[in-house]
Design a protein around this ligand. Structure first.
Ligand code: KG4
Ligand code: ZN
Length: 334
């Protein structure tokens, strides 16, 4: 079975071709970062217009890399939410048009569930139960997965998402956009113990997160110091350390509390070097296994959407199986 995946929930225009459940024939991601950089963040109106412009090209590129035509597709899987309404509308309208023209069934995919399927794509031996941490630009959630398709939200951020904190701090310090990869890189040369920062709820035995106060603390520390170039690296390394510490601590706490032996991580922040290393080290100490997608599948892509769509279609072909009923939902929960 051939599946065309389409993902446009935020500012990446993505298309992928998947054969059956895990064989990735192509995965194309066209980043819009260059168009949003000058604003220091995603401008929803610009993102929608760019999706409209890029979707035909990205789709054609994915098909040509997979050496396959649209008429061969058995299923179209498209992100239906959560995300930016305008961006979701572009992807779902495009997917519905293709489904109508080529008479192919269509399935709507939850973007957050898609991030879980990034690990599924690359780890054949991964089977629930597991605790999942999804940390991205819009979300920081801990989820209990008893089986694929059945999710229980344990807790989430009360304010900013982890990726959002990276982006906002980088923007404030004039480091560029998106902040996560820049802070990840620059932190390698900084001293993570120079400043002590703490994210909200870090010392509480629950599944909640808060990053807004942490962001303010980092900005205050910057404003109250005579800052030299070396200090900035120490400042952001210390900020990153506090994010890595709280994400690792809460995820391991959740796995132990539920007595699950596996941890799955997804979303753009899961590409962070320090987080990947710390999670693996700490999980090993507790006898837990960590399943991480490769970095390019942590951030938004359509292969994970195709894999998730395939899974639901094979199990239940009635689900969102109509161009008439499939509508984007910006606030869709997992
Ligand atoms: O999953 P994603 O591509 O899009 C959303 O669904 O939001 O995540 C993007 C977020 C951004 O906030 C970006 O700064 C962050 O992930 N990010 C990182 C890294 N790479 C991307 N954060 C920390 N370290 C990274 N290496
Ligand atoms: Zn995402």
């Amino acid at each position: 079975m051939y599946v065309l995946g389409i993902e446009t929930s935020c500012d990446d225009t993505c298309c992928a071709v998947l054969k059956d459940d895990r064989q990735i024939l192509s995965s194309v991601v066209s980043s819009q970062v260059d168009f949003h950089r000058k604003y220091g963040g995603v401008v929803p109106e610009v993102a929608s217009r760019k999706h409209l412009e890029l979707l035909p090209w990205v789709t054609q590129e994915a098909l040509s890399r997979a050496k396959i035509g649209l008429e061969t597709m058995d299923l179209i899987a498209v992100t239906m939410g959560p995300g930016l309404m305008g961006s979701l509308l572009m992807g779902t309208c495009w997917a519905k048009s293709l489904a109508l023209c080529f008479n192919v069934p269509i399935v709507g995919v939850n973007h957050l569930e898609g991030h879980l399927f990034a690990a599924y794509l690359e780890h054949q031996n991964l089977a629930p139960p597991f605790v999942a941490l999804i940390a991205s630009g819009g979300h920081t959630e801990l989820i209990a997965v008893k089986e694929w398709g059945t999710y229980h939200l344990l807790g989430r951020t009360r304010d900013d998402a982890a990726g959002e904190a990276f982006d906002k701090i980088a923007k404030f310090l004039g480091l560029g956009y998106p902040g996560g990869p820049i802070i990840d890189l620059l932190s390698q040369e900084g001293n993570p113990s120079r400043f002590v920062f703490k994210a909200g709820f870090e010392d509480e035995d629950n599944f909640e997160f808060s990053f807004s106060g942490l962001k303010t603390a980092v900005i205050r520390a910057y404003q109250s110091l005579e800052i030299g170039p070396g200090d900035i690296k120490d400042l952001i390394a210390s900020f990153q350390e506090s994010v890595v510490r709280v994400l690792t601590k809460k995820t391991i706490f959740a796995a132990k509390k539920l007595n699950f032996k596996k941890i799955v991580v997804g979303g753009g922040v899961a590409a962070n070097r320090a987080l990947r290393k710390r999670l693996q080290e700490e999980a090993q100490k507790e006898g837990l296994e960590v399943y991480l997608p490769s970095k390019s599948f942590c951030t938004d892509n359509a292969a994970m959407v195709a894999a998730c769509g395939y899974f639901h279609f094979v199990r239940n072909p009635q689900r969102y199986f109509s161009v008439k009923t499939l509508e984007p939902d910006p606030k869709l929960g997992i």
